[in-house]
Design a protein around this ligand. Structure first.
Ligand code: SF4
Length: 476
């Protein structure tokens, strides 16, 4: 079994090539020159996708190239998620199978939320694992690889404190049309079902100059859509009052970048959606009219138990105000059914709120307890079949609402950012400003451009249209 220790970087400012000799650690099988390829498997949210792009940038700076096959990679990284039990089980299963098979010749690492939650305990379960790197330490990936190579030990670095000097500009993006840009990391809200505050730490905003610099570069490189990322983007800047730049101020700065076409953001906490933000959505041409506004439950008692810090009434008031200020806004939501002690009538409140608000998009989940969360202390007392029945009712409601919304759009002309060929290889696919999928006939030259498309019908989750001869924007 390999030795393991915390990162040498914890007590040495840098790693240098004298280190193995200085520590009398024998030089082993690998050298950096022999590491030629990498593969990163990403689980979970867009934050993880962006972290993967940042790590890929670091590896490519070191001269490694991506390969499309886990088995062939000299460095194999699992960038993990702890939010859902299924994502965690998938990684654990994969790592377990790798340990039972023949040892790979390369290096295996775990990054992301699971790394933060389980830390070095992963080494006990998976002796063939080489490193564990937390979400706040991905900037140390190259140092960690050096340590693994020179010490032949298992290395972990999982600090709670956020490393503010991430090399965002080095991120390697596969997508050349749309880009994620991180603006704030961590979360201070502590919802009782969520591990994020424990795995990603406190909220730390990124300096506005750094964000503007990255966005300008992306626009210069031809990117048409930028999605600002954070666990709670709309608390941006609150941790740094000396900057005088809150979320809506940042949006104004980004909108003034010449050539900026579309800006989106995710995800939001309802409590931090301000009037100034609503006005920015109304006034800034680049800002898309779609807000992810996660309610989680329709009962004020359950919301209190979830520590969502708003009541149903406060939430509904905010939605009404947003719709008054931005009449053409589309709303998305997250909902959890079967939270501990949720009664039938409390579930019915969630159903009624969903019916009243008519979301364009809803991510609906059955509750499952997550280790390390306050809710873990409570009995998971709603039977699985009841959770599934509630889930099914909400899914059916959402399907009905979405279909009605799609049918109302027939005959309207929408702006579409054309992203790629559809699966059929004959039609093109893109999204409207309000995040609706659209397919239409066209040629490859349209990929990466904004087009006006007139909707003539719809299918499962998709609007179907034809290129408009004249740009008539009736419906966003
Ligand atoms: S707002 Fe709540 S659900 Fe969202 S990341 Fe923070 S703790 Fe988790």
């Amino acid at each position: 079994m390999k030795r393991y220790h915390t990162s040498i970087a914890d007590f040495l400012p840098t790693i240098n090539f004298c280190l193995p000799k200085a520590l009398e650690i024998p030089y082993h099988v690998y050298s950096m020159k022999e590491l030629k390829t990498y593969f990163i498997r990403t689980y979970g949210c867009q934050m993880n996708e962006l972290d993967t792009e940042i790590m890929a940038g670091q590896l490519q700076k070191k001269g490694l190239v991506p390969v499309g096959d886990e088995e062939a990679a000299d460095v194999l990284i699992f960038n993990t998620c702890s939010i859902r039990d299924l994502a965690e089980r998938k990684v654990m299963g994969k790592l377990g199978r790798m340990g039972r098979g023949q040892k790979r010749h390369g290096i295996i690492g775990v990054t992301g939320c699971m790394a933060m939650a389980k830390k070095d305990s992963l080494f006990r379960k998976f002796p063939h694992l080489d490193f564990v790197l937390g979400t706040n330490n991905i900037t140390d990936l190259d140092v960690i690889l050096d340590e693994v190579l020179y010490t032949q030990s298992q290395v972990h670095k999982t600090e709670d404190r956020f490393e503010e000097n991430l090399d965002y500009l080095a991120a390697k993006r596969d997508n050349k049309i749309k880009a994620y840009v991180s603006i704030i990391r961590g979360c201070d809200k502590f919802c009782t079902y969520c591990v994020v505050p424990y795995t990603r730490g406190q909220e730390v905003s990124r300096p506005p100059e750094s964000i503007v610099e990255e966005c300008k570069k992306l626009v210069d490189d031809g990117y048409k859509e930028i999605t600002l990322l954070g666990q709670n983007v709309n608390s941006y800047g609150k941790d740094k009052p000396e900057w005088g730049c809150l979320f809506h101020d940042l949006l104004h700065k980004l909108d003034s970048i010449a050539g900026m076409e579309r800006v989106r953001f995710m995800t939001s906490h309802p409590i931090d959606i301000t009037v100034e933000l609503m006005q920015a959505i109304r006034d800034l041409p680049s800002l898309c009219e779609f807000v992810h506004f996660p309610i989680q439950a329709g009962s004020s008692r359950i919301l209190k138990k979830m520590h969502r810090i708003y009541t149903k009434e406060q939430y509904l008031e905010k939605v009404a105000l947003l719709r008054q200020i931005v009449p053409n806004v589309s709303l998305g939501t997250d909902i959890i059914v079967g939270f501990p002690t949720e009664t039938d009538s409390e579930f019915q409140e969630t159903y009624d709120v969903m019916k009243e608000i008519r979301y364009s998009l809803a991510f609906i989940y059955a509750y499952s307890p997550r280790k390390g969360t306050p809710a873990m202390r409570w009995k998971d007392d709603i039977p699985e079949e009841v959770k599934q029945e509630r889930l099914q009712r909400l899914l059916e409601l959402q399907e009905q609402v979405s279909n009605e919304e799609r049918s109302q759009m027939i005959g309207s002309t929408v702006e579409v950012l054309v992203e790629r060929w559809n699966k059929d290889g004959k039609t093109l696919k893109g999204r409207t400003r309000c995040w609706k999928k659209v397919i239409f006939e066209g040629d490859a030259s349209l990929i990466g451009s904004l087009q006006q498309v007139t909707v003539h019908s719809f299918g499962h989750e998709t609007l179907i249209g034809t290129l408009a001869t004249k740009p008539l924007i009736i419906h966003k």
